[in-house]
Structure formats: structure tokens, C-alpha cells
Write a protein that binds this ligand. Sequence first.
Ligand SMILES: C[S@@+](CC[C@H](N)C(=O)[O-])C[C@H]1O[C@@H](n2cnc3c(N)ncnc32)[C@H](O)[C@@H]1O
Length: 251
Amino acid sequence: MDKSKPSYIGGILEMANHRLYPFWGSLTAAVRTGESQNESKGGQDPFTALYADPAKLREFLRAMSGVSRGANMAIAQKFPWGDYRSCADIGTAQGDLVTQITLAQPHLQGIGFDLPEVGPIFEEYIASNGLDARVRFAGGSFFTDELPKADVLLFGHILHDWDLATKRMLLQKAYAALPTGGAVVVYDSIIDDARKENAFGLLMSLNMLIETPGGFDYTGADCIGWMQEAGFTHCRVEHLVGPDSMVIGIK
Ligand SMILES: C[S@@+](CC[C@H](N)C(=O)[O-])C[C@H]1O[C@@H](n2cnc3c(N)ncnc32)[C@H](O)[C@@H]1O
């Protein structure tokens, strides 16, 4: 919790204080109308609305590093990285996932893909971790651009931001971009198939109702089904840390 250290994960608490707490005051309206209650109220793309303010952009990206650090470190250790040479993190934010992976796996080259306005904040973070030689930024939108080419494509807290059609579209784009034998790794607070155990995942889904026009969290069986529809095989769920699990599929 020391802001001057690279290990600082308090960004998520700062954002919860400034944004999520007041937005959750409109929970009743969210449940009654099914509409988001944040900057995207009215149906706007949640990221366009949020990133219009540079201070909110920076705070949000730091918050993502804070909330994702534990899972990112687990993915860096648990995934069979020895079988692959490169990875691309789709919707990378500050770049903590590709940072933790490439710090732990010195043979890997990494790419962080995100909206162009994220680039300078990503590059600052990569430089502060001494990874400029192996990690680069690719700016674009996964709605209009192709995904970058790499052996492994990662989606951390991305699928839950969007409606079902977009979730499926992103997995289809991943399949098209990967080489044969390549892997997709999706991670979120994956809800248990019976929807009875992972209370954090269920509450995160409610948070997506407040924060996005169509997003929701989902079970491992849901995600495996969407992966198989896109063409992936050998799909499996593996627990990471706390409420987070990853779902892996192979092309
Ligand atoms: C919920 S954050 C997840 C960040 C990070 N992967 C993590 O787990 O901490 C969603 C990310 O998707 C990015 N994003 C949103 N719309 C995008 C788009 N159309 N194309 C590429 N990235 C996008 C956002 O900028 C943000 O970094």
C-alpha cells in the first residue's frame, strides 16, 4: 500500500472511492432499468466516456493493475509458457499482465494491445519495469482492427465488459489471429457452473451492470462453450487466486 513502490495495488481502492461507491448508490435504478449508472449512462461506450477525462483514464489503468496483480502473477507461473515464444495481452491497460509474464519468463516477447490513448501510460509502466526491449504497445480497437499476431492471446477482465455477441466476436477474432497450436487465455472472476459458490464473481457481474451497457460475468462452462463455437479445442478452467480463474483453449 506504499504508493512509491512498484508493488502498490491501492489504485483499485482509489477508484472504488472516487467512482464505484457513488455509482453503486444507483443500484436500484440499475436493477429496475437494466441500464448502466456510470459515465456511460445512456448507452455510450463505457471507455469512450471514461477516457474523455485524462485523470480518470490514468486512475482507471492503475486500478486495473491493482485488482489484477495477484492473478497476473499466477498466470505468469501456472501457464505452460515454455511451449511458446510470444504473447499479446488484449485490452492491456497499464500492462501489468504482460509485465508479470515477461518478468517471470525471460524467453518471451510481449505485446500490449489497447486503445491508442492508453499507449503513453503503458509505455511509462513498461519502461519503469525495464522491459522496453521485449515488450511493445500496439494501439487499436478490437471492434475495428485485427488482433496482433502472437502464440498466446490473453483477455484479462475483457469478456465481462461486453454483451454476449461481443464476447463471441472477440473469441472468433482470437481464433483467426492465432497460429495453429496457439492458445487463448481468458480470465475473469469466473463463476462456478452451479452459480452458488463464487459470490465475488456474482457481485462483479452486478458491477458490470452498473459500469457497462451489456456486460456480465459468466461461468467456466459458458466460456468453454463460446470457445468451442469459435473452434478452440482442449478447453479447460484453471483456478488462479481468490475468485479468479483462467479458461484456456487451443487452436
Ligand atoms: C476492465 S479493463 C481490463 C484491463 C486489464 N486487462 C486487466 O485485467 O487488468 C478493460 C480494458 O479494455 C480496454 N478496451 C476497451 N475497449 C477497447 C477496444 N475497443 N479495443 C481495445 N481495448 C479496449 C480498456 O482500455 C481497458 O484497458
